[in-house]
Design a protein around this ligand. Structure first.
Ligand code: ARG
Length: 587
């Protein structure tokens, strides 16, 4: 168990004892779910329980807090306990507890898996989800990056993670695309890159809008495609295959976990749609409204306060986005065993997803112990503070955006390492440039918009990915140097050795918080907690290293300082890996 968990347990026992000994309350379990500890400006931590609990049991909060402090006088993990303000308890951690914690971070497969606690979920994560024959845009970039971290973190914490790439590979546009391919005599073996695909899309769209006969033919192809006509199928497959090749190029560049096996496009649910309608029909949940089959769900109204329908089947008998999402939930719960489904999708789709979740709940597909959550995110803005676009006003092409980050990083790396050859520089530039983009995206609260500012992102100073990469590389080289001096890096910290400087202690304290930062990511689906925690650790390391020589230190404190270096390196390496960011030895 990690130190902060031990502290919590000890505090809870003291509170339970204070409550049951001095007051007539049968159980102190009632406050079990409240967050107990937070960081404090006046001590290491502040415990905040007395206000709520005292009200419930009818004693002054300060008296209750004092009773708890009394009971912790002999604690070996906490010292300097003190009642403060209306009934907070300020406390500090003992040096010996912090040293033990630092040492614990060095053991086990990862510094983040100190305990095996809590229930395990089967989590389906729906993310990335670009559309066939279209460029990916920055919204897909955010979804891909954030979804990737959630996959890594939840997997690391022992949950079963099922990655799902819900690509847009079905529906009316495909009739139009197939008709255009046939019209131009392009067959399924043609080599179409993403530029050719998007051009095709535009020609098809113009043709469709301007030529009624063509539009009719296109609609005919949709019907044929749905009926499994071989020509329609093979042309459609070609479009999907060629697009997937482009998606994979982006995923490769981004170092994300997604593979072709994770693709379950909208088409994957086509066979389920009639049955979804039938089941909803049987449950009496469908209402005919202007020819369409709809669900009306409690709490969803339009601007005029009229009930807002969720259209399950359109008036022409076709199915749309909502029907597919309903079929997907049903399959994820029933067949894939999901207990938690995460949708990493931009904020504008919040209403849609909320209605789909409410519909699935009404149908009993999401029951007790199964939850669906919208992991919403804001927009990426350009220099002008508006949604990022090219100068011509077109959406920015992701490959170009990422290439420009790598280019900028290459420039920076070239300044730092004039002696490197091209291949070496290119490899590090890629790690730095992509790491910079990912970290900049992840370090903000995901709901906020952020400005795509390459200069700031690739800098090795400030709250950036390259800063963390640099800090980690520096610590490795410090450790290597110590090793070269014949120092045993694995020597245990001798008993009784404590901190000599405040900055050593401050680093240990930051390290003791890092696992909780990871739990915050998992609980709130907010990667920025881990980013901030790593930045705090790296900053505390800098201050520590400025004041505390390692190689030249006397035995005793030297082992402690080496342990601090190693724990920091381990935390930064694992942390970056969980963020999907590479850790080169030099940047
Ligand atoms: N393809 C959609 C888009 O580009 C995103 C799909 C999100 N996932 C879902 N299950 N609806 O906007």
């Amino acid at each position: 168990m990690a130190l902060l968990d031990d502290v919590e347990t000890e505090l809870r026992a003291a509170i339970a004892s204070a409550v049951t000994d001095t007051l007539t309350v049968p159980s102190a379990d009632q406050f079990d779910d409240d967050p107990l500890l937070r960081r404090s400006d006046f001590a290491d931590l502040q415990a905040n329980f007395a206000l709520a609990l005292a009200r419930r049991v009818g004693v002054p909060p300060r008296d209750l807090a004092a009773a708890v402090v009394d009971r912790l006088a002999a604690s070996t993990t906490m010292r300097d306990l003190e009642v403060s303000g209306p009934g907070f308890v300020n406390l500090s951690l003992t040096d010996s507890a912090l040293v033990t914690e630092v040492t614990a971070l060095l053991g086990g497969p990862s510094p983040f898996t100190l305990t095996a606690d809590g229930a395990r979920d089967v989590v389906v994560i729906d993310y990335s989800a670009p559309n066939v024959a279209k460029q990916m845009h920055v919204g897909h970039l955010r979804s891909t990056i954030i979804g990737d971290v959630l996959c890594r973190v939840l997997d690391h914490l022992g949950h079963t993670v099922i990655r799902r790439n819900h690509i847009g590979d079905w529906g009316t546009p495909f009739g139009m695309l197939i008709a255009q391919l046939v019209d131009e005599g392009i067959d399924g073996d043609a080599d179409l890159d993403i530029a050719a695909l998007t051009d095709l899309y535009q020609r098809a769209r113009a043709h469709f809008d301007g030529d009624a006969d063509f539009a009719e033919t296109a609609r005919g192809w949709v019907v044929k495609l749905q009926a499994g006509d071989p020509t329609a199928r093979s042309l459609w497959q070609a479009l999907v295959r060629q697009s997937a090749r482009y998606f994979n190029e982006v995923y490769d560049l981004l170092d994300v976990l997604l593979t072709d096996d994770d693709i379950r496009g909208e088409s994957a649910y086509d066979d389920d749609l009639d049955d979804v309608v039938e089941e909803l029909q049987r449950l009496g949940l469908l209402v005919e409204h202007e020819g369409a089959l709809c669900m009306f769900l409690d709490g969803f109204t339009n601007r005029d306060g009229e009930p807002l329908p969720l259209i399950v089947r359109k008036s022409d008998g076709g199915y749309g986005y909502a029907a597919t999402d309903l079929a997907a939930i049903r399959r994820r719960v029933r067949e894939e065993g999901a207990t938690r489904i995460l949708y990493v999708v931009g904020l504008p789709q919040h209403l849609h997803l909320s209605m789909v979740f409410a519909a699935a709940t009404a149908a009993g597909w999401l029951a007790e112990g199964q939850r669906a959550e919208h992991v919403a995110f804001g927009s990426v803005l350009g220099d002008d503070g508006k949604i990022l676009r090219t100068r011509a006003g077109a959406p920015v092409r992701l490959i170009e955006l990422l290439s420009s980050a790598v280019e900028r990083a290459d420039h920076e790396v070239a300044i730092r390492h004039e002696d490197w050859d091209d291949a070496q520089r290119a490899e590090i530039a890629r790690a730095v440039g992509i790491g910079a983009v990912k970290f900049a995206d992840l370090a903000n609260d995901r709901r906020n918009d952020y400005r795509f500012d390459l200069d700031r992102m690739v800098a090795t100073v400030g709250a950036t990915g390259p800063y963390l990469q640099y800090a980690r590389a520096r610590i490795s080289s410090i450790l290597n140097r110590a090793n070269d001096h014949g120092i045993d890096l694995t020597a245990a910290v001798p008993d009784g050795v404590g901190f000599e400087t405040e900055s050593e202690r401050a680093l240990a304290l930051e390290l003791s918080h890092i696992r909780h930062a990871l739990l915050d990511v998992a609980d709130n689906l907010e990667p920025h907690h881990l980013c901030r925690g790593l930045l705090d650790v790296a900053a505390a390391f800098s201050a520590f290293y400025e004041h505390s020589p390692v190689v030249k230190a006397d035995s005793g404190i030297r082992e402690l300082r080496i342990a601090l270096c190693r724990a920091t390196e381990r935390v930064l390496t694992s942390g970056l890996e969980l963020l999907g960011i590479r850790s080169p030895d030099e940047i």
